[in-house]
Design a binder for this molecule. Structure first.
Ligand code: QAP
Ligand code: CO
Length: 168
């Protein structure tokens, strides 16, 4: 297993749109395991392949308290079940140190493939719904900061750019 490097905002590679996974093989399984290791080590609840500079429609998450419920989604899509919005204080491993409230549909029906290429569906609510929407956004080159005001986003951008200069 390996810890992968996580891209940070405003890295332009976070803006790439990921194409679907077409091959379900042992290499994919290695990538999934590396993504879980990277996510758990960084104390995240979700990680999209885009964030580790792998441009494939693949994401991993674990929203459980005990960190014992890994879930993999390949080529996921969703339909909004309930137009009602829920607000969560969202963070992102690619925007370290910043949390802001984002409103998203409360309830979604997700259609996806598992790591063997088998299709599955699930209805997600609460933090799971928010997390899946946040991670699918990554696959489309979107970040939670895009939902904030320009002022807030620019502030986060310049603070992170300063951090990046310091550590460069
Ligand atoms: C997305 O985010 C999410 O700033 C996943 O210093 C977050 O795992 C969906 C993290 C909240 C719904 C609600 C962020 C770790 C992890 C940081 C994450 C940090 C360390 C973020
Ligand atoms: Co994120």
């Amino acid at each position: 297993m390996a810890i992968l490097q996580i891209l940070e905002f405003p890295d332009p590679r976070l803006r790439k749109i990921a194409p679907p996974v077409t091959v379900f093989d042992a290499k994919l399984e290695v990538l999934i395991n590396d993504m879980f290791e990277t996510m758990y080590e960084a104390e995240g609840i979700g990680l999209a392949a885009t964030q580790v500079n792998l441009h494939k429609r693949l994401l991993v998450l674990d929203t459980s308290e005990e960190k014992d419920s890994p879930q993999v989604f390949i080529n996921p899509t969703y339909a909004v079940i309930d137009e009602e919005l829920t607000e969560y204080d969202e963070g992102c491993l690619s925007v370290p140190g910043f949390y802001e409230t984002v409103a998203r549909p409360s309830s979604i029906k997700v259609t996806s493939f598992d790591k063997s290429g088998e299709p599955f569906e699930l209805v997600a609510e609460g933090i799971l719904s928010t997390c899946i929407q946040h991670e699918i956004d990554h696959l489309d080159g979107k970040l939670f900061v895009d939902y904030l005001s320009t002022l807030k986003r620019q502030r986060i951008r310049s603070k992170l750019e300063k951090e990046h200069k310091k550590s460069a």
